[in-house]
Design a protein. Structure first.
Length: 176
């Protein structure tokens, strides 16, 4: 039994997440909620008073620009949903997820969900389990390695977008 591939994926997941978290270390509520353009997807209260992140299925083409907060919540929610279906009971649905609506709470959710996902990876017995098919929240089975690699990709992709939005926020608000 070997764990070399698992250790590599675990290291990649940790490194991608660390890059994302480093960029978010000093995220403020102002940055979190800033709308870079009219109609930006954001985190807001719905008609029942529940905090939600805008979402459509299927994604509109082109997808709307988002707030930094939306991206952070999206990354955290995806970690939760991928874990829920690949390693958990597979019952949560997107409309049930209440979104954290402040920077502090969103970062806490992101960290908690990353930790839960990493614990699941550390609990895999050996590399052979990477080919085990696990369910996704849309009902399609994927091999474990693909689910874990998707989380690496997700952190890097959305982390880059978050970084660009934070840079834009800084430039737009330099003189104010």
């Amino acid at each position: 039994m070997t764990r070399r591939a698992l250790e590599l994926l675990e290291a990649q997941m940790a490194e991608a997440y660390d890059m994302l978290r480093e960029r978010l270390d000093r995220l403020t509520d102002d940055e979190f909620a800033w709308e870079p353009a009219p109609g930006a997807w954001t985190v807001h209260q719905n008609e029942r008073g529940m905090w939600i992140a805008d979402y459509e299925e299927p994604d509109p083409i082109p997808a709307p620009i988002t707030t930094i907060g939306w991206r952070v919540v999206h990354v955290a929610d995806c970690k939760l949903m991928y874990h829920e279906y690949a390693f958990g009971p597979g019952r949560l649905q997107w409309p049930e997820l209440e979104a954290p609506h402040t920077a502090v709470h969103a970062l806490a959710a992101l960290h908690e969900r990353q930790s839960t996902l990493m614990d699941a990876v550390r609990g895999l017995p050996d590399d052979a389990d990477l080919d085990t098919e696990r369910m996704t929240n849309w009902g399609e089975p994927w091999p474990t390695w693909r689910i874990l690699w998707t989380m690496v990709h997700h952190d890097l992709w959305h982390g880059g977008e978050i970084g660009a939005l934070m840079d834009l926020h800084r430039v737009v608000h330099e003189d104010t």
